[in-house]
Design a binder for this molecule. Structure first.
Ligand SMILES: CC(C)=CCC/C(C)=C/CC/C(C)=C/C=C/C(C)=C/C=C/C=C(C)/C=C/C=C(C)/C=C/C=C(C)/C=C/CC(C)(C)O
Ligand SMILES: C[S@@+](CC[C@H](N)C(=O)[O-])C[C@H]1O[C@@H](n2cnc3c(N)ncnc32)[C@H](O)[C@@H]1O
Length: 378
């Protein structure tokens, strides 16, 4: 087709021209192409240096630097004592943080929190994510070994013991459950902004962690009957958390293994929030079939997770979660079409995808169980 031929010729020209240093230099000098040339060079620099930015962020979070600036501007010398480093080192850190727009250097030489710093300070979940990236950083030290499956046991596979098919005890469940609960702040409200329980009567949240998601649902939708399930040690954490939140009587919590036990009861919505991407295809189909059987006729399964082909946020899907799950050792981010196909394999129809609009965009994918029951199953 002529369109395809033109496209291929253009890509060939771009490939050849952009690999040529002289062409790149002249593009950087020409006022018409300079903005594109500069932006592309900066982008490549940012990829090259990105791990340094992340480590500066890590130091800011580990030292709780932004909390020290919470009451107003401070001079580097004043922070030397609390941070246990020389004033020169504090200044180096503050200048680097200023370059990342986390803080701002004022004319009198003191430093104040800037816009991104305030956002970071307001998001406990993001700080928890940054802190736990120590493990991912170590696991990615040799990305080629990881891709070739030669990296051996990774730190993230130990952090997420269920991912390797291992037993999950109380001690193993605590760190990942805390991280998941902390990061629900940028998940639950965003999901509920695009998926309403207004005309539903009941929900079962499967692999619901320690209940942070159902807690938000319960507060928004007071009429809804709610149950959740997770592995026994995680379910116990959820019981305690929900009892402390005064929701112990409202939300039924079941401790079970979704790959061995039956789900609790029946509901007209069954949800999986940040669950399917942890598992390989066959397990995902098994989970979806389980949801199918737990739904009332005409009920809906609701899946919320980052997907591979996130519109406007491609790096979140294939790049970040692609490599995160590779290091974790099971699952993968899927495209919305791949999730739809697995849903259809499990007997669902009428698949629909919506996107959340928050800092960490998620796809909310729903599908229906036929009101006729199992006749739709393929
Ligand atoms: C009027 C004024 C005052 C200002 C105007 C100027 C202005 C608009 C400035 C902008 C400032 C602003 C509003 C900034 C907002 C920034 C925000 C909200 C940033 C939020 C960032 C969120 C981030 C970075 C989230 C990261 C999430 C991560 C890394 C999640 C990881 C999840 C994992 C690893 C999940 C694992 C589960 C598993 C294993 C895959 O199942
Ligand atoms: C990534 S977390 C998501 C938790 C929660 N839905 C959220 O978004 O915060 C995945 C959850 O799946 C649970 N899980 C893993 N394997 C399971 C199994 N076989 N049966 C029940 N739950 C399981 C884990 O305990 C964990 O709480």
């Amino acid at each position: 087709m002529p369109g395809e031929r033109i496209g291929a010729a253009w890509r060939k020209l771009r490939r050849e021209k952009l690999a040529d240093r002289e062409f790149r230099r002249s593009a950087a000098q020409n006022p018409l192409t300079r903005p594109i040339a500069t932006a592309s060079a900066r982008r490549l620099f940012d990829y090259t240096a990105g791990f340094v930015y992340s480590q500066i962020l890590k130091a800011v979070v580990e030292l709780d630097l932004l909390a020290l600036l919470a009451d107003g501007p401070r001079k580097a010398e004043d922070l030397s004592g609390p941070l246990r480093m020389s004033p020169e080192a504090v200044k180096k850190l503050l200048d680097a943080a200023a370059a990342l727009d986390l803080v701002e250097r004022l004319e009198n030489g003191s430093y104040e929190i800037a816009a991104l710093g305030s956002a970071l300070q307001g998001e406990t979940g993001v700080r928890a994510m940054i802190a736990h990236h120590d493990m991912l950083y170590a696991d990615l030290a040799d990305p080629v070994k990881l891709l070739r499956g030669e990296a051996g046991e990774t730190r993230l596979s130990r952090f997420w013991p269920y991912a390797g098919g291992g037993e999950v005890g109380e001690e193993g469940a605590a760190p990942y459950s805390e991280l998941m609960a902390a990061s629900q702040t940028f998940v639950a409200d965003d999901v509920l902004d695009v998926f309403s329980f207004g005309d539903r009567n009941s929900l079962i949240d499967l692999a619901g962690g320690d209940g942070a998601f159902v807690e938000t649902v319960a507060r928004r939708w007071e009429h809804l009957a709610i149950a959740m399930a997770d592995l026994p040690p995680v379910a116990e954490r959820a019981r305690q958390r929900l009892a402390a939140a005064g929701l112990g009587d409202r939300i039924a919590v079941h401790g079970l293994d979704l790959f061995a036990d039956r789900p609790p009861g029946e509901a007209d919505v069954v949800s999986f929030v940040r669950v399917l991407h942890d598992h390989d295809d066959e397990r995902v189909v098994a989970l979806l079939k389980l949801a199918h059987d737990a739904l009332t006729p005409g009920g809906e399964v609701m899946v919320a997770e980052p997907i591979a082909d996130m519109p406007g946020a491609a790096r979140v899907g294939h790049a970040y979660f692609g490599f995160y799950l590779l290091a974790m050792g099971s699952g993968r981010p899927r495209t919305s079409a791949e999730i739809a196909e697995l849903m259809e394999r499990a007997g669902f129809w009428s698949v629909r995808t919506r996107f959340t609009r928050g800092a960490l965009p998620l796809a909310v994918i729903t599908a229906r169980r036929s009101s006729e029951g199992p006749m739709w199953r393929i």
